[in-house]
Design a protein around this ligand. Structure first.
Ligand code: SF4
Length: 468
């Protein structure tokens, strides 16, 4: 790509301001906007954001999420050069959190007002670490994904929190199996630049799950399965501006094709001590805001764009609001269990004090994903998400069938349950809901419905089985 010039920058700004569709080259040019050009770009992006909020009847709203982190395992088969989350087995008391520990963390969060359990974990640790494999085998699970599913069901049914799953790369079949137990899932694309994965010394070299083609395939499969999905880009890991723009366009293409991307995160690289990239340069404040603004312009007014507030200081968070972020994410750091609920709200308010915007809590699955026929949260998970809405005006809280921080008053007994070896209470064995017609016939004492064959109509005198 040619170097951006003043003329190309002015032209791209004018087109963005006019609401014209940008191409990758123009987006890459805008990613280089600084000083007065950056101010102009921020104004355009802010107007796009505000138009989207007004269109959905939420003008001036900033959302945040009350969530508790559940670090299911810190083992991972990948070796990202900037990662501080993954570690080695001998530094951990156990390869995974026990199921009871998971429920205890979620229950502590629920007691303090959290609505969401954000499962964080490494990618398929059992394929690299024998300790992880042995831990799962001892408990009868064949993979991390199987165990994650069991824990998500436990959290959903025992605490009422909505699981948001981040297990990394998943197959189509795994997405199908996880969909009924989680209203939303996520996986960062990070970058579409293959060279950062394939070239020795690149930040993703040696990490099989970070191949961009594999991650794009997961985004597409999530779209085919219809999972409300969060993804995003990681900026400042060595990608060029053109590659950054291409990553945003790759997300936009998938989002437009399947309509399942509900949130895009723009995450800034931070050089953390103890990592291979501890000496690498971090993206500056202007570069970060510029990227958020370009993401807003490229992805349009209706996309939820989020910048992780735990990677910015309070002043920077306010500046990010000007860069067209409607979503704040007032989260504690991974593993931090105390201080949710009220503390969340207080922290989020602190971060945005002095800004004329309304702070609103958001569930992990956005309302239009709960209602849309497709892509949508699975009916079992959506029922839990619907129950998470605030009580209607004029209706006593006790009249709600389910409310947060307590156990369900009307337990969702038909939420499907994974059949673990030896488990006798599984209803369906897998992700299918019970067949209503069969249940109706059993109630009438007619026995399960048998498959009708050609000619039955004449044999039973035209009557349907089970009817008088
Ligand atoms: S995939 Fe990379 S960033 Fe994620 S936990 Fe594994 S090593 Fe860390």
């Amino acid at each position: 790509m040619r170097e951006p010039t003043d003329t190309s920058l002015r032209r791209a700004l004018r087109r963005a301001g006019d609401g014209r569709a940008l191409d990758v080259t123009e987006a890459a040019v805008l990613l280089d906007a600084r000083a007065a050009a950056l101010d102009e770009l921020l104004a355009v992006a802010g107007a796009v954001r505000d138009a989207g909020l007004a269109d959905t009847g939420r003008p001036g709203v900033v959302t945040y999420s009350k969530k508790v982190f559940v670090p299911l395992t810190r083992l991972c088969r990948d070796r990202c050069h900037y990662c501080t989350f993954a570690t080695v087995p001998h530094r951990l008391p156990a390869a995974y959190l026990e199921r009871d520990e998971v429920v205890a963390i979620a229950a502590a969060g629920a007691a303090q007002g959290c609505k969401e359990a954000l499962f964080t974990l490494g990618d398929r640790p059992e394929e690299r670490w024998p300790q992880a494999r042995a831990w799962l085998e001892e408990r009868g699970y064949s993979s991390t994904v199987d165990y994650l599913r069991a824990c998500a069901i436990a959290v959903l049914e025992e605490t009422g929190l909505l699981p948001h799953l981040n297990p990394g790369v998943l197959s189509w079949a795994e997405l199908q199996r996880l969909k009924p137990v989680a209203p939303s899932m996520g996986m960062m694309l990070e970058t579409s630049a293959t060279r950062l994965w394939s070239d020795p010394g690149g930040p993703h070299y040696g990490s099989p799950d970070k191949e961009p083609a594999v991650r794009l395939r997961v985004l597409e499969d999530a779209g085919r399965v219809g999972v409300p999905f969060t993804t995003g880009i990681l900026i400042g890991i060595g990608e060029t501006l053109a590659e950054r723009a291409e990553s945003l366009f790759a997300i936009r293409r998938v989002a437009r094709e399947y309509g399942h991307i509900q949130e895009v995160i723009v995450q800034n690289f931070r050089a953390k001590p103890g990592t291979a990239m501890h000496g690498a340069a971090e993206p500056g404040d202007d570069e970060f805001r510029c990227t958020v603004a370009v993401a807003r312009v490229v992805l349009g007014p209706r996309m939820h764009i989020q910048a992780p507030p735990n990677l910015s200081d309070p002043a920077q968070r306010l500046r990010l609001l000007e860069a067209a972020v409607p979503g704040a994410d007032a989260v504690p750091r991974a593993g931090e269990v105390a201080g949710h609920g009220g503390a969340h709200h207080a922290r989020a308010q602190d971060g945005y004090r002095g800004h004329a915007r309304t702070l609103v809590h958001a569930l992990p699955v956005w309302p239009r994903r709960r209602r849309a026929p497709r892509p949508h949260a699975h009916r079992s998970a959506a029922r839990h998400a619907r129950a998470g809405r605030p009580p209607r005006r004029g209706r006593r809280r006790s009249q709600q069938s389910v409310y947060w921080g307590r156990h369900s008053r009307r337990p969702h007994s038909n939420a499907d349950t994974w059949r673990r070896p030896g488990c006798v209470h599984s209803q369906h064995g897998d992700a299918r809901a019970p067949r209503r017609s069969g249940a109706r016939h059993r109630r009438r004492g007619a026995g399960p419905r048998r498959r009708r064959k050609r000619g039955d109509h004449h044999r039973d005198g035209g009557r349907r089985p089970g009817r008088d």
